[in-house]
Design a protein around this ligand. Structure first.
Ligand code: 5GP
Length: 195
């Protein structure tokens, strides 16, 4: 696929967005388990503090604002501010996988996805939704990882994100998890990730 500034790379890039609470992380994890080593998830950098159980270098590279900003735009393939924190995709590991013909998934919000669309328009863009807004709110509260004001802010952002879903190549309504995993895995395979 063509990546601006890099030229043609044999690998595949998949961008997955969706509101907080849509279940996209679980969906990605289960689809990647099925695909084995054929596809991998990029680890982002963030200035958000770790949640309980999150591990540095595995879930995110946790960093502070000064460090995040000090890295030049060239170090990140894309970056965005979400709910008061910075999030970015370190470019080098993504280029490495793409150069070797592998498949990389980016789990990123909409502003970052728009940046990727500019540099890599042939990437596959997938938007994951909860069945409806009430269900999204219920899932976010049930998760219990965030205090109520944060949940409310995330729901407000979710409304803005849902308004962008229309330009993605595919939308997955994550109602029944098993069938969503099936659908997502099939989509990845048809795009060329994992045979
Ligand atoms: P969370 O704080 O729930 O882990 O993530 C908040 C939002 O930031 C989610 O929509 C997640 O997909 C997004 N996100 C995670 N990493 C990145 C990144 O590297 N870049 C961008 N633009 N968004 C990210």
């Amino acid at each position: 696929m063509y990546v601006e500034g890099r030229g043609y790379l044999p690998g595949k890039l998949v961008v997955v967005s969706g509101p907080s609470g849509s279940g996209k992380s679980t969906l990605i994890r289960l689809a990647l388990e099925r695909l084995g080593s054929a596809a991998r998830l990029s680890v982002s950098a963030t200035t958000r503090p770790p949640r309980e159980g999150e591990r540095d270098g595995v879930d995110y590279f946790f960093t502070d604002k000064a460090d995040f900003i000090a890295r030049s735009d060239r170090d990140y393939l894309e970056w965005a501010e979400y709910n008061g924190h910075y999030y970015g995709t370190p470019a080098a590991p993504v280029y490495d996988v793409l150069a070797l013909g592998g498949c990389v998934l980016l789990e990123i919000e909409v502003q970052g996805a728009l940046q990727i669309r500019r540099v890599a328009p042939e990437a596959l863009f997938v938007f994951v939704k909860a069945p409806d807004f009430a269900e999204l709110a219920r899932r976010l509260r049930a998760r219990g990882t965030e205090p109520d004001p944060v949940v409310l802010r995330r729901l407000r952002i979710a409304r803005e994100e849902l308004a962008e879903a229309h330009w993605y190549d595919a939308q997955i309504i994550n109602d029944d998890l098993d069938s969503s995993v099936e659908e997502f895995t099939a989509l990845l395979k048809s795009y060329g990730c994992g045979g």
